[in-house]
Write a protein that binds this ligand. Sequence first.
Ligand code: ADP
Ligand code: MG
Length: 298
Amino acid sequence: MLQVQVHRHIGTFDLDVRLDVEAHEILAVHGPSGSGKTTLINLIAGLQRPDGGRIVVDGRVLFDSAERINVRPEARRVGYVFQDYRLFPHMSVASNLGYGRHSGRSRVDFDEVVDLLDIRGLLRRRPRSLSGGESQRVAIGRALLSGPSLLLMDEPLASIDPERKAEILPFIRRLRDTFALPIVYVSHAAEEIAQIADRSIRIENGRLTASEPVLPPGNPTMPDTGLRLIAEVLGHDTGTGLTVLGSSLGRLFVPRRSEPPGTKVQVVVGATAIEPIAETGSGGVAVLPVRAVAGAHA
Ligand code: ADP
Ligand code: MG
């Protein structure tokens, strides 16, 4: 289990976040650009130093300002997967995978990781010859083989072609199921979050502004992909006949609901309902068919 309570002040930016992530849990972190997501990940990894707070993984203190504990990044046993892979170009895939390994300490079996990520056929290749998706699978493998007690992923699919993303998501889910690791997964993409995360938090301007469960896929009443979130009925607009919901994504306007204000509802936006909006000037608004399900997961 990962327990984090950190604050950090950089120039005019101020981050103050507390979060817990269980083993076998993928916590998605989303929020606007510049809100502090990468800073948070770097503080946990030890690449940036908190001004104060405490970071504990499985009872092992990585940072504690009061106790003056600050474990070096390379001793933290944190697997870090970057958006831009950061493989060593002069080394084969096999050597890249071996690079992060700490012999005798790794709890993770080389063959198991290679098979899990389906990268056996790539072992002799150089990173230059790999596609984005293949590179990222190798980078994930390298992070796992370092024997981490925690996996941090900062927008790992952001540089990958949309068609290829779907190939990688199942691997990340498999990681969660196979290894008893807390996984912190930064992503802008609601669809990615809906597909792999167990819980999502939103960070805005250095503060946690929402934390909600993400429902597992496969619920027969739900579309397989899309966006699920918990919202609250804020009120009913008699003028437009719409109900206003408050959610981590802002206010949502849906066809009139009967639930009174304050009721928690689950909102499901099917992936097929999500379309890019063509720029139509200041008034360009798309109305999506949204389904609100009362009561669930309040
Ligand atoms: P995100 O990953 O959510 O886009 P970041 O964590 O990268 O956000 O950045 C959070 C804030 O910290 C931003 O306002 C950014 O300008 C600022 N910031 C990040 N790194 C530095 C730095 N090295 N020096 C000064 N400000 C920084
Ligand atoms: Mg970032």
